[in-house]
Design a protein around this ligand. Sequence first.
Ligand SMILES: Nc1ncnc2c1ncn2[C@@H]1O[C@H](COP(=O)(O)OP(=O)(O)OP(=O)(O)O)[C@@H](O)[C@H]1O
Ligand SMILES: [Mg+2]
Length: 1024
Amino acid sequence: MKEKKQNNILELFKPYVPKAVTSRILEGKGSLPSERSEATIVFIDIRGFTNLADQLDPEKATEIINNIFEPIVGLIDKYGGSINKFLGDGLMAIFGAPFSHEDDPERAARASLEIMKSIEENGKIKIGNEVKSLKASIGINTGLCISGEIGSASRKEFTVIGDTVNLASRLQANATPGKIFIGEKTFQRIKSNFIISSPRKLKIKGKKDLVSAYTLKGEKKRISLFERKKKYYSPFIGREKELKILREALKKSYQSKGQTIEISGELGIGKSRLIYELTKESLTKEFNILSSNCSSWEESKPYAPLKGIFTKIFGIKFDDELKEIDRKIENKIKKIDSSLLFASSYFSRLLSSKIKSLEEIMEQSKEESNLFIRVVKKLLLKYSSQKPLLIIIEDVQWIDDASAEFFIQSSKELKKYPILFICSLRESLKKRESIAGSKRIKLLPLKNAESDKLIRFLIKKNDIYQLMKDKIISTANGNPLFIEEIVRGIEEKRLSVDKDRLGNYPEMFADFQIPDTVQSIARARIDLLPVGLKEILYQASVLGRYIEISLFQRITNLQNKALLDLLKKLQKHEFIEEVEAAPQLQRYFAFNHSLIQEIAYNSLLFKTRRSLHNKIGSVLEKMYSSKIDAKVEELAYHFKNSDDNEKAVFYLNKAGDKAQFIYAFKNAINYYLDSIKILESTELEKEQLTQLSEICNRLAFSQATLGKRKEAEINLNKALKYCRKTKDKDNESLILMSMGNLYGDMGQWDKAIEYFQNCLSITDKISNLKRKASILKGIGLACLFKGDTSTGYSYLKESINICKEIKTLDVYAMALNNIGIYYDMLGRWKKAIEAYKESLSIAKKIKNIIVISNIMNNIGFAYSSLGESKQAIYYLKESIKIADKIGDIYNKGINYIHLGEEYLKKDEFTEVKYYIFHAEKIFDELDDKLGLADIYRLKAKLLKKLKRWKDSEIFFKKAIKIYSKFGDKINEGESYYELGDMSFLKKDVDLARKRLIKSKKILGSIGARKHLGEIEEKLNNLKK
Ligand SMILES: Nc1ncnc2c1ncn2[C@@H]1O[C@H](COP(=O)(O)OP(=O)(O)OP(=O)(O)O)[C@@H](O)[C@H]1O
Ligand SMILES: [Mg+2]
């Protein structure tokens, strides 16, 4: 009986089985040569199927077989595999022999996942009153096999044999029902596109070592627009030249000559399509493709496209817990470059949407924000050593500020890496500078002949083509999107009237007006939709380009099925399309083209728009209540466009805070400004005043960090004004502290001290010890710089005592560092070194790498002053090592200069020249003018020592010009001092005096007393 059933199955599927094989045999004229090749083998077993079939009557059994096996066979066929044999309750399929595809493992995996799903759907069998659910177990393995014909001349059979096959079968035997086990090699080949759980070790008969079995869970969600393997509506026409440029860039990048390409052109001209065509090149298989889009509603979201890219690199999913995110980040960094592990916290910041208070953020130093970008960049560059990278950022006309800066910075450095960076943008909306050094491709309209070709393809009815083509060509002006939309419009028209006119096209299209913009033709097409459907399209447009079904369902209040039906209809009309997603993830649709979304959105009444935004915001709040921080930018966007001011302000502020925490200060500023604008337009009660003063303070922090000190000052004064109306002491003390910090940054020590003092008296009242320690540290440093060294020292001591008491290590380390500076100023370098070293050990404990490298520098200087050159050089070089490790080339350059100065002291000129040369290269690359000024000054000093007075003078002046332009008074003053000294050496007394006085004036204006003494001495010498 059992045998008979099996024959039944065989009989039923005979037409499928030999398909791949027979065609191959035909090609080889009757025989298949044996060969060794890689193949992926799939074993599928439907547990207990034959037994079950035995209990049923034959007719019923056949029906079940049809229901279950037919889809399986179809699916294997669909993915280009072939069924090799039926085995009891299951079968064995081969992907890769006799035909191979470059992605056989992926095909096998996709087929298997779909087979699982199909069995789940069709495998419910009713026997009597009982429903049995059939489940399959599947094993997949990839590896070397020997394939060919086995058997005698009269009964030949194509098959594959080898260890790979045996292991696939064993994997299947070990998989519990419902599970797909895959072997190591399959895992390696498919891991980037599938969700796979960590391996289990299996003991397998006949194998000495344990074997890894991974569970294949699903396909990764891909929502990048072109990666969804969209089947484009039309064949690709023209653009040979452009594609050639891209291909060449791809080749060059492959040879580690990184390239940046910017593709620009108007809406719908074919930018995305061109990029898509490039990704079909076979060489792109050798690349990791990282792609992301910018969008108009994410313009303010910090690092929106960058997050997309790193989420992909680290394999992070939306519902991953914080711990899981950190684990993934660490594991991946270990694989890419373990010396960057120290920076994993930066990535976890970027990807895990944490939000911190202003006071916590105020402790971040400015260097840290530079470092953040450098580290992220370095990791990306390093990642390319695993596999070349193709980075695609689409629609950069909408890129956010932080990402823009990041990509501009990175593209400068990728020339030595196997990276091709492509971005696309709409010319007319361009707001930014192009990336320097990028190749630009500007897409022009298609030529008439090309348009014609496209139209010819799109219009299937020859008479309509003849009738309309000239009209289309002249109206569409070579814009392929326009052409497509017109043709769609024609098709809609034909379908709506053809019944009556029976193909009388000339009559039908006699009055067919083609609107003269692509917008209006698309709008006309939307207008043809039945009311209910149009409504849905409009509502969906408020969500943006992507339509997440579960979210949209709550907006429309429709039943799931009803909504899906409507969306499917819209898909049929080619307005939207479904985006591939793994089965267990949310389902998504996306607008076919942003044009449709834009038009639909713009057609909504303002009132409707605002209420929809409100609704979306509220639904998002509920849906993501436990992960709300991850959605604050979306919420800010929707509420900002709704009538709910309160919520808009709330989320805009959150989004601003979040941006600050990942150093995206420009983005933060935009959020805060939006929020202030809303608040100031409402009535100001106490609550609003408090909010306003807090936001102004945060806004000022971001502005100050970006060097916009005047604006920061204005906003801090505003903050103070609002705050004093509310009498909120805590807030007031925080604002005063910000003001102290700001004036300190500006070198206005007296003012800084005044604000710190005010702040201190309030802070004492509210007894916030940590803040007090911070302020004392600030006053201390300000006093030191002002020249009030002993007062400074006592403040610093007091700060340290508090730190010890409440055990705040970060402030402690910095205060100790400042004590070192104090001793440095007094010329007590040994004591200074002692303090620095103590500070260093704390910084190491809290692993603050920036503070560590700062202190190392300071120790280096102190040793240098002490005349212990060897130690000085040791510490400076250590600091360079850290800089190298973290990819901080700026600091590396600075330290090169310091080393140069040190060697200059020792008259080792070759070394000096060496460091000048390398530092100059770095600052040239960074295009950092102040760094270059430092180098000029060092050159000048060198030339001065060599008594090449004229040349020396030229370089001093070059340096001074830059210092003065950037308002760097200390260095400007010092340079004048050096110049004066040179004149002094040349015995040009008048000029020496003039220059020294100038130096005195400049340094005096910022209260730099340390130098003033020396100048006074020189001037006195002159008198003699
Ligand atoms: N060379 C071409 N041959 C055939 N069809 C094309 C060609 N270029 C573009 N198209 C089609 O035109 C439509 C619009 O192209 P695409 O989406 O690439 O435009 P885009 O420039 O990226 O527009 P946007 O600025 O909105 O992003 C697509 O459906 C695309 O398939
Ligand atoms: Mg595009």
